[in-house]
Design a protein around this ligand. Structure first.
Ligand SMILES: Nc1ncnc2c1ncn2[C@@H]1O[C@H](COP(=O)(O)OP(=O)(O)OP(=O)(O)O)[C@@H](O)[C@H]1O
Ligand SMILES: Cc1ncc(C[n+]2csc(CCOP(=O)(O)O)c2C)c(N)n1
Ligand SMILES: [Mg+2]
Length: 322
């Protein structure tokens, strides 16, 4: 199968038709029509085999995951997905692998009405770069800056599960190929659900002062938000939303460590006025209050203990060829 046959067969017509996409794959560019009053939100995420997902992972799940992690950044800005492009680097044109990969990718593209509108196909070590485009009402766009002392910190989605799921696949690699039997931790890692609908519901109904999605770990991503807003945080570690299976599997100390530093959660961290929290909870019952913003810098517990924001960092320690 040549490059163009591969594109036609696996990467054409993925996701539904949406009115804003005037032109999809097949020309030199895709064309998007923006509505008056909306801004274009753009973000790109690369997923590398062995770095972001295990070598030999289920191709359906790789397809879902590479789009899911990218869409999470649209959720973090309160943006509505319009479409995405895919730059794919493949070691070979394995038809069975490509069939499953494009089905997994297409399943999430359908669920969130986000069609594949173009891309690039090359040969080399397995790498997927997904660029997402979204539309955001200029009145309701969320940024990392804007958090104010006195406001509360809330999280949507659970923390630490994905890190425990990755650990489970390390310990039992044969489970990578048994998608039907994945538990909630394994699903959290391999099949992240970007919180697009939840974010859109919240952004229309309540004033959110700042937001970020958690990809590197709660503390590391909270620190990015705090730095952008020039505020400090007090976190109540007893309130973190942890899956009961995570606590059962790892015990409280390791579960907390996974929740604070593990990453791959693709949960949303939001700040808002305390008075708006009941309304926000009505719109999104899973929203959990985990702390508050204070003047100063850094992250502390209510007892005053400093929490160090170490999270995932591609170049910390400079392994691999330095
Ligand atoms: N090579 C680059 N060139 C320009 N900007 C970059 C580059 N790499 C990252 N950035 C920008 O730096 C910021 C932080 O990047 P990062 O990839 O950590 O994003 P993130 O949203 O925090 O993480 P994730 O993509 O996992 O959600 C983003 O605004 C991103 O656009
Ligand atoms: C096989 C394997 N080993 C380790 C990890 C952990 N990990 C890798 S990148 C990253 C942060 C988000 O990526 P980025 O900053 O590139 O968006 C995390 C938490 C993983 N996902 N898979
Ligand atoms: Mg992000």
């Amino acid at each position: 199968m040549d490059e163009f046959a591969l594109i036609r067969r696996f990467f054409t017509g993925l996701g539904p038709k949406v009115p804003e996409i005037l032109l999809g794959p097949g020309d030199d560019c895709a064309l998007l029509q923006m509505q008056a009053g909306e801004q274009l939100a753009i973000s790109v995420d690369t997923s590398v085999e062995g770095r972001h997902f295990p070598a030999q992972a289920d191709p359906w799940a790789i397809g879902w995951r590479c789009l899911g992690v990218a869409l999470s950044d649209l959720a973090a800005m309160g943006a509505r997905p319009l479409g995405f492009t895919l730059a794919i680097t493949l070691p070979d044109a394995d038809e069975n692998w490509l069939t499953e990969f494009s089905r997994g990718l297409g399943a999430l593209a359908d669920q969130l009405a986000c069609p594949l509108i173009g891309g690039d196909t090359t040969r080399g070590p397995l790498t997927l770069s997904v660029q997402v485009q979204g539309a955001v009402d200029r009145q309701h766009v969320w940024r990392r800056s804007g958090a104010q002392p006195g406001q509360i910190i809330a999280v949507l989605g659970s923390l630490g599960s994905a890190a425990a799921g990755l650990r489970s696949f390390h310990e039992q690699p044969e489970r990578l190929h048994d998608r039907a039997s994945w538990d909630s931790l394994e699903k959290a890692y391999m099949l992240p659900q970007p919180l697009i609908q939840e974010a859109l519901g919240l952004s229309r109904g309540v004033s959110i002062s700042s937001a970020i999605d958690i990809s590197d770990g709660l503390l590391a991503d909270l620190q990015h938000l705090l730095a952008s807003s020039a505020v400090a945080a007090e976190l109540d570690l007893e309130q973190l939303p942890l899956d009961p299976l995570l606590l059962k599997r790892l015990g409280k100390t390791l579960a907390l460590d996974a929740a604070l530093h593990g990453g791959d959660d693709y949960a949303l961290l939001l700040t808002l006025d305390e008075a708006d929290f009941p309304l926000a909870r009505n719109l999104c019952p899973q929203l959990t209050r985990i702390g508050r913003l204070v003047k100063g810098a850094g992250i502390r517990t209510p007892e005053g203990d400093l929490l160090e924001p170490e999270g995932y960092n591609h170049f910390s320690g400079q392994q691999e060829g330095s």
